[in-house]
Design a protein around this ligand. Structure first.
Ligand code: NAI
Length: 340
């Protein structure tokens, strides 16, 4: 192809050709919180995704600049910036996938739950608007604490009469991204080939990587190695928060993870077969109403919530340990939605 031969053909020419010959449907993606630490690099990554035809960037401030900047990238999608609540409806209208990285991030010493008071209200108000302007969109919730903000979103949609459990996702892809990276380094296997399911939730011990199911398998890791890898995956976010020393949490790796997950949603919508990602969704694979596991994505969003598969004793123990924590976070979200 033009790209591989390194000719002067522009990437946009290449993308346009793919777009036409494969007749990919038009897709609108909206990012809420697009001017933030995650929102900006995520906007860039969605701009270079050939499955996106319209990219709407919304925030309470700063979006005209981000939109003008990103719009100069020579790829097919049309970019528009929206700022302030009176433009939220326009940002959402006709959207196929809405990604929500709006809200405050952690500072050193904070848990994700410490963000609850501010972010719960932000997610609630944004979901009220989603129910009104694009009730059929797939919603990707990044705002923490995901263990609670997803149940809040579900309650808001139920109240509005628009809830479809197939269309609401907590984005836990960063846990998978971290587990893959840490495992590959430790096991000395090519990182691009590594697959690790991560189940449970998205905070501390509720993050449960299933290293026993990792492919390719490495037989030279001890139980201690697996425990250390599990702990590092669970504390990956805190590692970044501490290194940034007050300047926020993971933004670049999160934008990468968010872009991977949104791309999987778009592929599913477009009918690509066997698209499987881990995500925190309404679930009946454990007694908890929300749980992260592998899900198969399709034209309606979640086509199938896949089971946990065989667990090691260490993972079984981790699963039992995380349940009370996750249950409390779910109940906290539901209670907030009911009260306010
Ligand atoms: P940030 O503070 O850099 O950006 C947040 C953006 O949200 C700001 O631009 C702000 O203006 C905007 N915002 C606030 N209220 C809003 C509203 N009502 N409507 C629209 N936009 C609004 O924060 P950052 O680093 O981008 O993190 C965002 C969220 O993502 C945090 O809650 C953080 O904890 C979470 N996060 C989640 C991860 C995950 O794996 N799910 C990983 C890393 C962060």
């Amino acid at each position: 192809s033009a790209l591989r031969s390194g000719s002067s053909s522009s990437p946009s020419h290449f993308l346009r050709r793919c777009y036409c010959s494969e007749s990919v449907p038009e897709r609108k993606v909206t990012i809420l919180g697009a001017a933030g630490g995650i929102g900006q690099p995520l906007a860039l990554l969605m701009k270079i995704n050939p499955l996106v035809s319209n990219l709407a960037l919304y925030d309470i401030a700063g979006t005209p600049g981000v939109a003008a900047d990103v719009s100069h990238v020579n790829t097919i999608s049309q970019v528009a910036g929206f700022m302030g609540e009176d433009q939220l409806g326009k940002a959402l209208e006709g959207s196929d996938v809405v990604i929500i990285p709006a809200g405050v991030p952690r500072k050193p010493g904070m848990t994700r739950d410490d963000l609850f008071n501010i972010n719960a209200g932000i997610v609630k108000s944004l979901c009220i608007a989603i129910a009104k302007y694009c009730p059929n969109a797939l919603v990707n919730v990044i705002s923490n604490p995901v263990n609670s903000t997803v149940p809040i979103a579900a309650e808001v949609f139920k109240k509005a009469g628009t809830f479809d459990e197939k269309k609401l996702f907590g984005v836990t892809t960063l846990d998978v991204v971290r587990a893959k990276t840490f495992y590959a380094a430790k096991a000395k296997v090519p990182v691009s080939e590594v697959n690790v399911p991560v189940v449970g939730g998205h905070a501390g011990i509720t993050i449960l990587p299933l290293f026993s199911q990792t492919t390719p398998k490495s037989n030279n890791l001890s139980d201690e190695d697996i425990q250390a890898l599990t702990k590092r995956t669970q504390d990956g976010g805190t590692e970044v928060v501490e290194a940034k020393a007050g300047k926020g949490s993971a933004t670049l790796s999160m934008a990468y993870a968010g872009a991977i997950f949104a791309d999987a949603c778009l592929k599913g919508l477009n009918g690509v077969p066997e698209v499987v990602e881990c995500s925190y969704v309404q679930s009946s694979i454990t007694e908890l109403p929300f749980f992260s596991s592998k899900v198969r994505l399709g034209k309606n969003g979640v086509e199938e919530v896949l089971g946990l598969g065989p667990l090691s004793d260490y993972e079984k123990e981790g699963l039992e340990k995380l349940k009370p924590d996750l249950k409390a976070s779910i109940e906290k979200g539901i209670k907030f939605a009911a009260q306010s």
